[in-house]
Design a protein around this ligand. Sequence first.
Ligand code: SER
Length: 325
Amino acid sequence: MKRILVIGATGQIGTELTPGLRARCGGENVIAAGHRREPGTALREAGPYAALDVRDRESLAVLVTTYGIGTVYHLAALLSAAAEARPQAAWELNMNGLLNVLEVAAAHQCAVFFPSSIGAFGPSTPRVNTPQLTIQRPNTIYGVTKTAGELLCDYYHRRFGVDARGLRFPGLISHTAPPGGGTTDYAVEIFYAALRGEQYVCPLAPSTRLDMMYMPDAVRAAIEVMEADPAGLRFRNAYNVTAMSFTPEELYREIRRHLPGFSMTFAVDPVRQAIADGWPEKMDDSAARRDWGWAPGYDLPAMAADMLEKLSARLEGKGRMRNAE
Ligand code: SER
């Protein structure tokens, strides 16, 4: 069996996609790679781990040949707000990293998964029911790298036969790995504050509606699109996928149904707000539904209930560990 390589395995998506793939394909068949020398024990003990800087094409090629890799999930990237603070670093990681992955994939006949984003759209894109094919004029460096990444993946498919496929993810919400540097991070941070009994200071205005998805759906979508029959794929990079759409105010009200004492105030971050104002409120994901059977499992109430349950267990576990030290 050809093995799978997950690049960015210690990041927001990789932390959950890697165990998902290992449960499905066997721990030894999924190689986790990240920039950290020492990942967490769960990742290290469940299968092989390699430290990798994806900007180093030679090391990537060695990894692919050593392990006989057939599919690469390439997740390493700077998120939107972090990229805005360091545009050149974002280009180097998000673009040159992807170029290296596609070059190595072309040389070694690997399939490639590329996560694009709502960030691949911009202020001139329709924000409601954003079509699969529409105007893409992003005005952030993150969006520029995502749009260019989509096109580069399609180019390598057409020109060199690389089986490159991708999804445009909305904001992703997870209780496992914190995102870091994204515009949609508030939708994760708010749960930590609520469970710690703290007031949450939201960096986006109360009515900022954005497209969102719970991580179990995102992991399943990534695996499903890579396992889909290629004959049915009218698009490759990248399919719109969505699950829910809400404002900070609506998320706050949903959390308060479980934790009535929770409170939130606002201190709008102009950088994040400007980014969010150019992103879709909700994408039209009918092409993904039709072509490979995409269907989300979590809406806002289901996601919030599961987040609160899982995150509170995790935070309690950490508290117990601290007390025992
Ligand atoms: N969640 C990402 C961000 O906020 C968007 O893809 O940057």
